[in-house]
Design a protein around this ligand. Structure first.
Ligand SMILES: [Zn+2]
Length: 286
């Protein structure tokens, strides 16, 4: 992928054979047999034009038929070149010459890696800490270090089964959504929010549901924060289980989520949240 493209003006500071100044490949790559014939390989673009006409300097006389055909093709490529006063300049080639930004480059790289994938929408929450937003964004793309993901990356681990279930792979959707413990915790949290328990098969599904839930904007953002807290705490609890051998009950897990989101909202949000007792009764009373 070319991040920058060379816009030729006078041709005084670009190399005829080595720079990509005429299309996506260098002339060296496009015409290797002619490049071999070139007498001065580091010549400038302007060195090969006289009065805007191509002027070759070959080492030997060209007699080979295929070379003559190549020369005609090259001349044809060069016929649209018009040199003019001014300095040759590099411009960002990512999006029709728009200004270079890191996010533009990231989008292009993502597109190259997964040309057919539509990335999930993601509503960034200011109340949720940055590391949690990032974690959820990654989890939606199944890019968190689950056993399955690590094994995929070539990390030497014994097996990629879930340590708490029989014959289930430990992928991100399993840990955070499908795992019976995750379902139980989600049920408690959804009940607390006054919602019917809904079925989800992936983190993406759950987060998209949360992002589109509710018509009251204040309630909607609070529910989204709660779902962020749900996913984040399930990950923390999984790590405690896997690395420290600590098992907690779903009620403990739900309690951890309620208190974490309470403190996020109280100290990171700009709306009042009321007292703890009201919060534990329902997250939407205030
Ligand atoms: Zn499991």
């Amino acid at each position: 992928m070319d991040v920058f493209q060379l816009n030729i003006k006078s041709g005084d500071n670009s190399l005829f054979w080595y720079d990509k100044w005429l299309g996506p490949v260098t002339l060296e790559e496009k015409y290797p047999s002619l490049f071999e014939l070139e007498s001065r390989k580091k010549c400038l673009v302007s060195d090969r034009f006289i009065d805007n006409q191509f002027e070759a300097h070959w080492k030997t006389n060209v007699i080979d038929y295929t070379e003559i055909r190549c020369i005609n093709n090259l001349k044809n490529d060069l016929s649209r070149v018009h040199l003019e006063p001014g300095e040759d300049q590099w411009a960002c080639a990512l999006d029709n010459g728009s200004q270079f930004t890191v996010s533009l480059l990231r989008k292009k790289l993502e597109h190259l890696q997964y040309p057919n994938r539509v990335l999930p929408t993601f509503k960034w929450s200011k109340v949720t800490p940055i590391k949690v937003n990032c974690f959820i964004w990654r989890a939606m793309q199944r890019k968190i270090p689950s056993a399955v993901a690590l094994k995929c990356k070539g990390v030497d681990i014994e097996n990629d089964n879930c340590g708490a279930c029989v014959n289930r792979l430990e992928c991100s959707d399993h840990i955070l959504v499908q795992y019976p413990f995750a379902c139980e915790v989600r049920k408690i949290i959804f009940n607390w929010c006054g919602l019917q328990q809904a079925e989800f098969s992936s983190v993406g599904e759950l987060i998209i549901f949360a992002e589109n839930w509710g018509s009251n904007p204040r309630k909607a953002i609070r529910f989204l924060n709660i779902c962020h807290g749900l996913i984040w705490n399930l990950w923390k609890l999984r790590n405690e289980r896997v690395f420290n051998g600590v098992f907690h009950t779903p009620i403990y897990g739900a309690g951890a989520i309620k208190s974490m989101v309470y403190f996020w909202t109280k100290y990171r949000g700009n709306e009042g949240i009321g007292d703890w007792d009201n919060w534990t009764a329902s997250p939407f009373t205030l």
